[in-house]
Design a protein around this ligand. Sequence first.
Ligand code: B12
Length: 137
Amino acid sequence: MALRQAALLFLGFLLLPSHETTPNKGLVSLPIRLTVENELSNVTPESYSSSVLEGGVLLGALRRLQEAQLDFKFTVKEDPDFGVFLESVNGVAGDQHRHTYWEILSENSGEYTRLDVGIGCYAPKADEHIVLRFSKE
Ligand code: B12
């Protein structure tokens, strides 16, 4: 009898989904808002909704959005010291010679704060409004 119970227990354990197959299990998904704007042209700002896992980084939210939304795309490049640099958004790329780049801000009650780390390190809070602004240095 004890052997049967042990066998059933073992079988149950085997059938349990592994961490890899359900990586998000138990983790809370936080909604965030994203606006893409261009300080250097008159293009109307685009607004999107995405989500990030609690404690997850902005890069994850951008990837999720890119997968879900055909009209949002971005590219990054790897910096040896600071990690992930946001290179282009919706086909518009920063250019070192023209001193243009994508600035990353957080907006709250009309106040804009420049993030002090890049998209690979910043962990957005629930309902945070992130602004990607094409700017000149
Ligand atoms: C100049 C500068 C910039 C310039 C770089 C272009 C240029 N014309 O050189 C611009 C304005 C584009 C820039 C942007 C940002 N920056 Co900056 N930047 C600097 C600064 C003051 C000097 C870098 C430099 O010239 N080094 C000398 C050259 C010879 O070395 P380098 O290795 O080639 O430098 C490159 C990297 O520093 C890279 N770079 C610059 N900033 C950032 C930020 C991130 C996240 C990454 C991955 C790479 C990166 O660009 C440089 C040129 O290619 C440093 C502070 C410092 N004293 O190092 C901050 C610094 C690197 N930046 C920082 C930040 C946070 C940002 C932004 C995220 C700010 C924002 N909220 O928008 C953005 C990046 C946004 C994005 N698109 O991903 C932080 C990074 C902190 C961190 N741990 O992630 C630093 C350390 C400033 C700080 N807060 O103390 N930055």
